[in-house]
Design a protein. Structure first.
Length: 242
């Protein structure tokens, strides 16, 4: 399917990053949202009602995410893009691992953790600046104007940003959508597969779209992507080839 001419895209979720040590959100027994209510810790209401709790709950976890490195799944998608077999990646993840892996066209539909901005003057801050303030006891992090800094992620209750609308446009009518590591349960992103002509789903758990996909693989993502590269005659990155 990928060798055939056409517009091919990948859509990824938290499952592609678990092999980098980042827990996903919905796996039974281990998913983050099984341990905490997302509306209490990762929503706009949580940020404004109790910003100290919001930052104490989220910032240490985000710091761990920022230290993660790409795994074979991320590296394989970057290689598929380099070879012209996919046009790019649409991701629900905020971990920047697709960019670290070398993907060039990445639509981060839920934002990212690289920066934040002041809610008053809109000045931009790096994640390192936010973390530095946090570690020195300034919670929540503040701008010099006195405004609170919030991360550039899409929280529960936020409107979707321009990256999502761009993703809608590029996936509309695409010939193959390679869905990797997402349960396809969070809307509006979960609606994107409807726009694709053909679906391939690689995810440990079943998804609402399994019956509509031409290929469904409930197998470890790293192994599937390594096998895919080998089948296409491409080199598996040496650092993770084992």
């Amino acid at each position: 399917m990928l060798r055939q001419p056409g517009r091919h895209w990948a859509l990824t979720g938290a499952g592609i990053s678990t092999e980098s040590g980042i827990p996903d959100y919905r796996s039974p027994g281990t998913g983050l949202w099984e341990k905490m209510d997302p509306t209490r810790v990762a929503s706009v209401d949580a940020l404004f009602q109790d910003p100290v709790f919001f930052y104490k709950t989220n910032l240490p976890r985000w710091a761990e995410i920022n230290r993660a490195e790409p795994n074979i799944g991320h590296l394989a998608l970057a290689e598929l893009e380099r070879q012209g077999l996919i046009q790019g990646v649409i991701t629900q993840n905020v971990d920047s691992l697709h960019l670290k892996a070398g993907s060039k066209r990445v639509y981060e539909v839920h934002g990212h953790l690289r920066t934040g901005h002041c809610l008053e003057c809109r000045r931009s801050f790096s994640f390192e600046e936010m973390l530095g303030q946090f570690e020195k006891g300034t919670i929540p992090p503040k701008c010099s104007c006195g405004g609170m800094i919030r991360p550039d992620v899409v929280l529960f209750g936020d409107l979707m940003g321009e990256a999502f609308h761009q993703a809608e446009r590029v996936v509309a009518g695409c010939d193959v959508l390679l869905v990797v590591g997402t349960s396809l349960q969070v809307y509006p992103v979960a609606a994107l597969p409807r726009y694709a002509r053909r679906l391939v789903i690689i995810n440990l758990m079943s998804t609402p779209y399994d019956r509509e996909a031409e290929v469904v693989l409930h197998e470890p993502i790293g192994q599937v992507m390594a096998d895919l590269l080998q089948t296409l005659g491409l080199e598996v990155p040496a650092a993770v080839a084992s």
